[in-house]
Design a protein around this ligand. Structure first.
Ligand code: NAD
Length: 480
């Protein structure tokens, strides 16, 4: 546990008693064993089963309108699937590993044991308000920790359901949820947790990391950024469009790993635009009443995204909004039709900030090196998508760019393979989780050495005879 005196900021922190309660329970009860962790995962699974309809309704209310299908897939099925996968591997993950013996350590037996860190703070973003708190929680439970969860204040209905659901399954001294505004979130980050997992914007990520630094609390930061999509000149446009649309328009683009912009060879731009228009029209034949189009979460983001479009247009971009029935958007809704932007000025706001909406700038390149340069001149993204059937060329793009994750000939689905770590790099994040990666992220990897009958200690505890230096000189010569 962290030093209770560590941060002056914790004095008077209204959440401190809750943390202290969990820390005491953790120390008193000891780390949960395999059976207890499985039992906790089962309780969580059962609770999600009991509350799933309420969750879907609450997310719907928070967004004004959120496609039910999207909520079922992303918030419910994905989470349940991760619990099932975690349960099936947990026994193996928990086993201490044998790193082998070392001559420097007198050939003593060694092992690495995976110990829970203690009490972990989990902060979620609003775009998938249930998944983004429950998915880290699964790894946190698997690793044997206790947790205090803080869902986003922008989706309060979902936050309240998660709070009730967790309270129905767990004792407050083990896992609990606190809700509230930014002030609560700020108090939360100042608590001397044993680890904080934060999902949200890069801007707030910096605030969280600064607050955590006061307590030397380690952090996992799951942030955002502009994820580029590059289509090689030889790749079939129709196939690429199908896969890009899935990533871009789910949740109306409010996904951290949505393709942010497309880079296409200049000879293919017309084909790309017409194919996008054709396929988007087929997928969303109307936009004003379409049950598959989720709304933008609130007025602030609705205005922000519309301003991105306006700014791009004012700087010379061509705006193509795919609105097949030419319907006007009903007053009071927050629908933004799928929007393509051509001839975009790289200095325009839409190319400077993460879009987080159904707006897709299309940029042209002449050769693939130009596309790679464009990516590398910008902050390291959370994901990069590359479309090409030439494996060698794909390897080149993957090795010459640095992103949190990547897909070749696909978008987004690297997130869905819970056997791989999910996370960013630099401004798009720090650390990662999902599956075993989450178990390891939330475990302390304790190196333990077991000495046998013989130890070099008696030798070292004597006055060193002169030949010792001679031996060390020979060893250094061999090693250098
Ligand atoms: P946000 O940073 O505004 O809010 C996230 C959380 O931070 C909320 O719980 C909020 O209450 C809290 N918060 C806000 N201000 C705070 C402060 N001053 N001090 C402490 N806490 C504060 O992010 P958001 O708008 O909810 O989410 C959108 C961003 O999240 C996008 O950039 C997106 O890419 C990113 N995101 C990343 C992932 C990922 O897994 N990498 C997933 C989803 C979203």
């Amino acid at each position: 546990m962290n030093n209770p005196q560590a941060a002056a900021a914790e004095i008077g922190n209204p959440l401190l008693p809750l943390l202290r309660q969990q820390q005491s329970a953790f120390l008193e009860n000891g780390a949960p064993d395999y059976k207890q962790r499985i039992e906790a995962l089962n309780k969580l699974k059962k609770a999600i089963g009991e509350y799933k309809e309420e969750i879907v309704a609450a997310v719907q209310e928070d967004f004004g309108y959120r496609s039910d299908t999207e909520t079922w897939v992303t918030e419910i099925v994905t989470t349940l699937n991760e619990i099932v996968a975690t349960k099936s591997h947990l026994k193996k993950w928990m086993k201490p590993t044998n790193p082998g013996r070392s001559i420097s350590a007198g050939m003593a037996k060694s092992r690495v044991m995976y110990q829970p860190k203690g009490v972990i703070g989990i902060m979620g973003a609003w775009n998938y308000p249930v998944l983004l708190v429950l998915s880290p929680l699964i790894g946190v439970i698997a690793a044997g920790n206790s947790a205090i969860v803080k869902p986003s204040d922008l989706t309060p209905k979902a936050g309240e359901v998660v709070k009730r659901m967790i309270a129905s399954a767990f004792d407050e001294s083990y896992i609990t949820v606190v809700t509230g505004d930014v002030e609560v979130a700020s108090s939360f980050t100042q608590l001397p947790f044993d680890h904080i997992v934060y999902t949200g914007s890069t801007h707030v990520g910096k605030i969280v990391m600064k607050a955590a630094a006061e307590n030397l609390t380690p952090v996992t930061l799951e942030l955002g950024g502009k994820s580029p999509t590059i289509i090689n000149v030889n790749y079939p446009i129709s196939k690429a469009v199908d896969r890009i649309m899935m990533g871009k328009f789910m949740n109306s683009g409010q996904t951290c790993i949505a393709p942010d912009y497309i880079m296409v060879h200049e000879s293919k731009v017309d084909e790309l635009v017409s194919t996008l228009q054709e396929k988007i029209t087929k997928r969303y034949p109307s936009v004003d009443d379409n049950k598959d189009i989720s709304w933008i979460v609130n007025d602030r983001h609705f205005i922000r995204i519309n301003n991105l479009i306006k700014d791009a247009e004012e700087r010379g971009a061509t705006v193509i909004q795919v609105n097949p029935t030419n319907a006007s958007i009903p007053e009071g809704t927050r629908i933004i039709p799928p929007t393509l932007l051509l001839n975009v000025d790289p200095d325009s706001d839409v190319m400077q900030e993460e879009i987080f909406g159904p707006v897709l700038p299309i940029i042209t390149y002449r050769d693939i090196d130009e596309a790679i340069r464009f990516v590398n001149e910008r902050p390291r993204p959370l994901a990069l998508y590359y479309f090409d059937n030439d494996k060698k060329q794909a390897e080149k793009v993957l090795s010459r760019t640095t992103s949190g994750g990547a897909c070749v000939n696909e978008t987004m689905l690297h997130f869905a393979n819970e056997k791989m770590a999910f996370g960013g790099i630099g401004p798009s994040g720090l650390g990662g989780y999902h599956g075993q990666a989450g178990f390891l992220e939330f475990s302390h990897k304790k190196s333990v050495l077991y000495q046998g009958a013989f130890s070099p200690a008696p030798l070292m505890n004597r006055a060193y005879p002169p030949f010792v230096v001679k031996i060390l000189k020979v060893v250094s010569n061999i090693l250098s």
